[in-house]
Design a protein around this ligand. Structure first.
Ligand code: ATP
Ligand code: MG
Length: 435
């Protein structure tokens, strides 16, 4: 029988690698809390229409990357509902913002999420079909200050801090503005016109994009197309006065805070909902999949989903790519957790001592120690070998020890063997723990 494997583009995360995942998540939660972001958890699947309306029909995500299925109709009269595994999380957050009327508080909502996303892409290093994102959104009615360039700058400054605290060195913040939706539409037409003569010399994807969604041409990665793209009109020249002023204020705040960035006039991002500020943090160590995270402002998204006016700005970072970057040796050594061994390994001598060993392990674990439990069927030599690999000490529990209440503790790091009364074992482990 053929053995079953994880589906292409998905993978298992195993210990000890999951330690690193947890450390990144814990750091993110800590940093988000400092900036007053609270956690939101939205469903992993949503109505397909949510993504069609927010991310946009013309995007790669919606046109070819989504996992979509028809749910079974509950009654014959009912139409089957089209459902989709979320390919990103901003749409779900904004849907929840509208559904729960979060704007009615008048407060800016600062929400973060951590969770898996699904896209049917060609799997490769740093690109999977199930991948994880850590993201955040600051969204609210205009009266909450949600449109202020200060919000853009605060989010960018927070990201710089987060990457620094994670120990990721050598990141680059790339920044651009795509203007208001009117500016963006105007630029799209400018591009469309310019592409009439240029597109025939470009790759087939660009030829298609030139007609369906000219802005996407700027994302093209085909080397031969690059000089042609550089020759096209730039979006900065199509921005209205308001968008220009907003962008200037974002840049000024970053300068004042000392957050480094570069301007990239081609950064228009893959999703249709972006307006004004767009950004990516990239890292050279990632090769072709060099984007650690991307984001931007989406002032019209809530209204596009039938909600109230609620400007916002957010980002999504690829957790898989953060892990790859840190594993590639970009780890800030001081922030790396030391390899901690277990406090003790309990070795029952004989299967009739298994129950007593469980009781002893329970006492120690409830006192806060990290303990592994051996098995009474193991010979002592096997217990020692197993214990030496993972624990600082082995605690022997034989018939004599059980009767006398005096346990034998061997400390592997110090090479000592000590008799410890059972009642003092926790204290013994605790005093030795700090050394
Ligand atoms: P890319 O250009 O790399 O495809 P994207 O523009 O599609 O990225 P976003 O939709 O903005 O990416 O998602 C934000 C972040 O999520 C990316 O910067 C990346 O780090 C991560 N990401 C996106 N798609 C994947 C994937 N298939 N596998 C792993 N990480 C991903
Ligand atoms: Mg993509």
């Amino acid at each position: 029988m053929a053995t079953l494997k994880a589906v292409r583009g998905t993978r298992d995360l195993l210990p000890p690698e999951t330690e690193l995942w947890n450390r990144i998540e814990a750091t993110a939660r800590r940093v988000f809390a400092r900036y007053n972001f609270g956690e939101i958890r939205t469903p992993i699947f949503e109505d397909t229409a949510l993504f069609a309306r927010s991310v946009g029909e013309e995007t790669d995500i919606v046109s070819k990357e989504m996992y979509t299925w028809e749910d079974r109709a509950r009654a014959q009269s009912e139409k089957a509902q089209s459902l989709t595994l979320r390919p990103e999380n901003t749409a779900g957050v904004v849907r929840a913002y509208i559904e729960h009327k979060l704007g009615e508080s008048g407060q800016l909502q600062k929400l973060y999420y951590i969770g898996p996303q699904f896209r049917r892409e060609r799997p490769q290093k740093g690109r999977y079909r199930q991948f994880w994102q850590i993201g955040a959104e600051a969204i609210g009615p205009p009266s909450s200050g949600s449109e202020s360039p200060l919000r853009d700058a605060e989010v960018l400054e927070m990201l710089a801090t987060l990457l620094d605290e994670l120990g990721i060195k050598g990141w680059t913040l790339e920044l651009n503005s795509v203007g208001s939706s009117a500016d963006r539409a105007r630029y799209n037409e400018v591009l469309r016109t310019a592409l009439v003569s240029v597109a025939p010399k470009m790759c087939v994807d660009c030829q298609r994009r030139a007609v369906t969604n000219p802005l996407r041409v700027l994302d093209c990665k085909v080397p031969e197309d690059q000089p042609l793209i550089e020759s096209l009109p730039k979006i900065g020249d199509s921005l209205g006065a308001e968008a220009k002023e907003h962008f200037a204020a974002v840049v000024a705040a970053l300068d004042s805070a000392g957050v480094p960035y570069i301007l990239n006039h081609r950064l228009v991002r893959g999703l249709d909902y972006y307006t004004r500020t767009t950004f990516e943090f990239t890292h050279g160590g990632l090769g072709a999949q060099n984007a650690l995270l991307g984001g931007g402002r989406y002032d019209g998204l809530s209204e596009a989903l039938g909600g109230p006016r609620a400007p916002g700005i957010g980002f999504a970072m690829g957790l898989d790519r953060l892990v790859l970057t840190l594993q590639a040796g970009d780890l800030n050594q001081e922030s790396a957790p030391p390899q901690v061994a277990l406090d003790a390994y309990i070795a029952p001598l004989g299967e009739n001592l298994n129950a007593a060993a469980l009781t002893l392990a329970r006492e120690l674990r409830r006192a806060g120690f990290n303990v592994e439990l051996g098995d009474g069927s193991f010979r002592l030599k096997k217990s020692f070998e197993a214990a030496d690999k993972i624990a600082r000490r082995i605690v022997i529990l034989g018939e004599d020890e059980l009767q006398s209440g005096i346990l034998t503790v061997k400390d592997f790091t110090r090479g000592t063997q000590t008799k410890v009364p059972r009642a003092e074992l926790a204290a013994f482990l605790a005093t030795a723990a700090g050394e």
